[in-house]
Write a protein that binds this ligand. Structure first.
Ligand code: ASP
Ligand code: MG
Length: 421
């Protein structure tokens, strides 16, 4: 008998009809003799809708209250799933993240898991009961307040439980058949990948692939939890994410896929006095609210000697906060102007040994030029080549690289729901 953790994304449980179908699948797994722990995301777009409601009332809602609000979404879907399983005659018990022993830091909205003490989950399993755990949430031990793990955090809940319970497998059920060479909503002939290493999956996820939350992949890698990404709409084999099956040959570059991210923005400060201290102060200000920078480029000003221009690429949400702080401090910092590009496209070619073959970078540039996509900057590491382009041309850039590196399949990919979670 094995222990399986199954996670279902929001689009897989967006209606009672879907919940019934998923409940049948869970019961079938249980009846096949496995111990089953289930993590369910909030139904459909619930989390976004709750955020919209809060924003109608208060644009600066207290983070603690936002977490109280958002965690209710997962409580609803998990309780409904337990009710649906019960209707099929099987025992099920739903638990909040706190009840399941998910202990986190105090950082509301983006808390990290620091301990998992799943006694109540184990008790349920020992009694032959299917345990359901509300995803995306935990509790801070000191304040005893409820926290959330950041968007897409149910994946991390599932992986953390799988690690703590020493599960044999963590299955991630979603609305596509697995991990593809590119988002099949943009590249219809994207190819399903049978196996992806943790490292490559992490690059894909950190650079915009929504099929798995990046933090969950990092957690899985650290704890050696094998992940199986598959569709909740079909019985197709899906994608295994685990350690390397073979040692990649360092002399050869292997391109796995193209990730893209449409949620980025760019801030450019012009006429910044050229001083390392000032640059450091600016970077500190921008990242103070835990904003993550994708890129920071400092260039000598073309028009004013002794001055520099600083470009920062970060998520659109973080850029709004950063912009407010920078404008507030403009006089004090002494820069001349600030420019905000609210939408910018980011496309990444992901693979291994990409630096070993200079031809890859050249091919990337040539292909984008051929597709008429202007490149703002391009950066290169062994595992990734990333270009920034205008937001409107992002889909074209993704398709151009996907075609150039012959990543496509003969047939079209199946997209079941289309929300990407
Ligand atoms: N419901 C949360 C979100 O939409 C968590 C998740 O889906 O994993 O981000
Ligand atoms: Mg969700």
């Amino acid at each position: 008998m094995s222990l399986i953790v199954q996670k279902y994304g929001g689009s897989s449980v967006q209606s009672t009809e879907r919940i019934k179908q998923v409940a049948e699948h869970i019961v079938a797994t249980h009846e096949a003799g496995h111990d089953v722990v289930v993590v369910v995301s909030a139904m459909g777009d619930t989390t976004d809708e709750l955020l919209d409601l809060a924003a109608e009332l208060n644009l600066k809602a207290p983070p603690r209250e936002l977490d109280m609000l958002l965690t209710s979404g997962e409580r609803i879907s998990n309780a409904l799933m337990a009710i649906a399983i019960n209707a099929l005659g099987s025992p099920a018990h739903s638990l909040s993240g706190a009840q399941a022993g998910i202990v986190t830091t105090a950082a509301h909205g983006n808390a990290r898991i620091i301990d998992v003490a799943p006694e109540r989950v184990r008790e349920a399993l020992d009694r032959g009961v299917i345990a359901l755990v509300a995803g995306f949430q935990g509790i801070d031990r000191d304040s005893r307040d409820i926290t959330t793990l950041g968007r897409g955090g149910s994946d991390t809940t599932a992986v953390a439980l799988a690690a703590a319970l020493k599960a044999d497998l963590c299955e991630i059920y979603t609305d596509v058949d697995g991990v593809y060479t590119a988002d099949p909503r943009i590249v219809p002939n994207a190819r399903l990948l049978e196996h992806v290493t943790y490292e490559t999956m992490q690059e894909l996820a950190m650079n915009g692939a929504k099929v798995l939350a990046a933090r969950s992949v990092e957690y899985a890698r650290r704890h050696g939890v094998p992940l199986h990404v598959r569709s909740s709409y079909s019985t197709r084999p899906g994608t295994m994410v685990s350690g390397a099956a073979e040692i990649p040959c360092a002399e050869r570059s292997v391109v796995t896929g193209v990730a893209h991210d449409a949620s980025k923005a760019k801030i450019t400060l012009t006429g910044v006095p050229d001083s390392p201290e000032l640059t450091a102060r600016i970077l500190n200000l921008v990242t103070a609210g835990e904003a993550e920078l994708d890129l920071a480029v400092k260039e000598a000003s073309r028009t004013a000697p002794g001055y520099t221009d600083i470009s920062l690429v970060l998520s659109r949400d973080d850029s709004l906060a950063a912009l407010a702080v920078l404008r507030q401090e403009q006089v004090e910092l002494g820069f001349e102007g600030v420019h905000h590009e609210e939408r910018i496209g980011k496309v990444s070619l992901v693979g291994t040994g990409l630096r070993a073959q200079p031809g890859v970078l050249a091919a990337c540039c040539e292909t984008l030029a051929g597709a008429g996509v202007g490149i703002e900057t391009i950066s290169l590491s062994d595992a990734r080549i990333t270009a920034l382009c205008s937001a409107d041309r992002l889909p074209d850039a993704v398709r151009a690289w996907h075609t150039a590196f012959e990543l496509g399949a003969d047939q079209e990919a199946v997209v079941h729901a289309g929300t990407g979670r």
